[in-house]
Design a protein around this ligand. Structure first.
Ligand SMILES: Cc1ncc(COP(=O)(O)O)c(C=O)c1O
Length: 451
């Protein structure tokens, strides 16, 4: 039996976000979750749902990992100092030391915040302070967060509309275009080039490694800081601790968040070089010139330390690399004959399946009809079918609605991987061979039209 509490549901809709509740209802995804463990979510009406989204790469160690939960309980039980704003928390020092030694290169210092967006705001400020240049360059297709500074580094008009004017002195270059990057950087206007080493929300875009190497070299040549946003790709999501390690990069700053605290406490970190740190905090009077109240909070620090222990002890980086390779290869093999599957790509357990318009006549007519109404309907149909028919939770990418994200917790088991492969194959087969998928899609469209 689904536990339905109309009072609570209506309070959420009334006081938090009614549109979100309506979206979930339309997609028939408004479940009540009662327990979440590893890669599994259990609902009030007895369903067991497999999580292949991980809250957009938050749950690398799995939901409610017992060691992270235990660390948080210990922290609460010890009644230690919290938010004194008058001491130097030891756990912050310990976590910073471990993050820097795992990241390597020139990263020796850490600023802790509470989210990925706050990390992006921080790198904008630090780049300006260190270089004396106002300009910040970013790549088309990126997703860096929704606060005003972070939003200024996103090209997509969907996220920006209605919130301007945003930060001046920002510019965008095509992802992967070395010449365009060189042309911009040579103006010497830019303090930082901020880029995701693998763009997640643009559709799991893995660049040519030579592009990132060239980007770093160009940044060095023109005095621009090379900044990696590893909010989704970091914490072993793609195998190594940072995606930067695939490409042998030595960034000046790296932004981490999401999986940093095991998915249980808001947390974020900017890893930076000593030189950048010193140019921001350059006198006693500037010791707290950039900070925030919940920065370095005890629960986030303890959760971060426990998360690193789990990643190391359970060898989740190696696991992400091996399982990701198997999953990617299997999906390529099993989905290769379907005309609507364009490509399966990614690294480690950050994978995407890109779909395309069909050529076959009746499928094309239905696809085009959906696309005309909203470019997102096809992707949401896919997500809905996986959820309703196969008990799999996933989503399409935020800036590319035709790419299905495949990003389970790194603790995902072989059996769960096989379950996902079987499920996606059945849904893809259904969209190619029966009218049911398309009839259902038109049903979704008519529900949308009636809202
Ligand atoms: C790559 C990347 N950077 C930054 C952010 C912003 O992080 P947050 O939502 O924690 O502010 C996100 C969020 O999805 C992200 O995917």
């Amino acid at each position: 039996m689904k536990r339905f509490d109309p009072m609570l549901e209506s309070l959420y809709a009334r006081h938090v976000n009614a549109q979100w509740v309506r979206v979930l209802e339309l997609l028939q995804m408004n479940e009540t979750y009662v327990r979440c463990e590893g890669a599994e979510l259990f609902t009030a009406d007895g369903r067991r749902i497999l999580d292949f989204l991980s809250g957009y790469c938050v749950h690398n160690v799995g939901h409610n990992h017992p060691r992270v939960v235990e660390a948080l309980k210990d922290e609460l039980d010890r009644c230690g100092p919290a938010m004194l704003q008058s001491h130097a928390p030891e756990t912050a020092g310990e976590l910073a030391g471990r993050l820097c030694s795992k990241a390597g290169g020139r990263l020796t210092n850490v600023y802790f915040g509470s989210s990925g967006s706050e990390g992006i705001e921080t790198v904008i400020k630090f780049a300006r302070a260190h270089t004396g240049r106002a300009g910040i360059l970013h790549a088309a297709g990126s997703f860096h967060g929704l606060t005003c500074g972070a939003l200024s580094l996103m090209g997509s008009s969907f996220w920006r509309e209605g919130f301007g004017p945003l930060l001046p002195d920002t510019a965008q270059v095509s992802f992967g275009d070395v010449d365009a990057l060189a042309a911009h950087l040579s103006s010497r206007r830019f303090g930082a080039f901020v880029i995701e080493p693998i763009q997640a929300e643009s559709g799991i875009s893995v660049p040519d490694p030579r592009y990132l190497e060239a980007a770093q070299a160009l940044c060095r040549r023109y005095g621009t800081l090379f900044v990696l946003d590893e909010v989704q790709t970091g914490m072993n999501r793609t195998g190594p601790f940072l995606a930067a390690h695939h490409f042998g990069l030595e960034p000046d700053m790296v932004v981490l968040a999401k999986a940093l605290s095991g998915g249980l406490v808001p947390s974020g970190a900017v890893l930076l070089s000593n030189e950048i740190h010193d140019s921001v905090y350059n006198s006693l009077s500037r010791a707290f010139v950039h900070t925030s109240t919940y920065s370095e909070n005890g629960l986030a620090m303890r959760a971060g330390l426990a998360t690193l222990d789990v990643l190391e002890d359970e060898k989740l980086g190696e696991r992400a690399a091996a399982v990701g390779k198997y999953l990617c290869r299997s999906l390529r093999e099993r989905l290769s004959g379907y005309e609507m599957v364009r490509e399966v790509r990614g690294l480690g357990l950050l994978l995407g399946i890109e779909f395309q318009a069909p050529r076959q006549f009746w499928r094309r007519a239905s696809f085009d009809a959906l696309d005309r109404i909203h470019s997102g309907v096809f992707g949401q149909m896919l997500v809905m079918c996986l959820f309703r028919q196969e008990d799999i939770l996933t989503q399409v990418c935020g800036n590319n609605l035709r790419v299905l994200k495949v990003a389970p917790p790194l603790v995902v088991t072989e059996g769960q991987v096989e379950q996902f492969i079987g499920a996606i194959c059945r849904v893809v087969e259904q969209m190619h061979s029966s009218m049911a998928f398309w009839t259902e899609a038109l049903g979704l469209v008519s529900r949308l039209a009636n809202v």
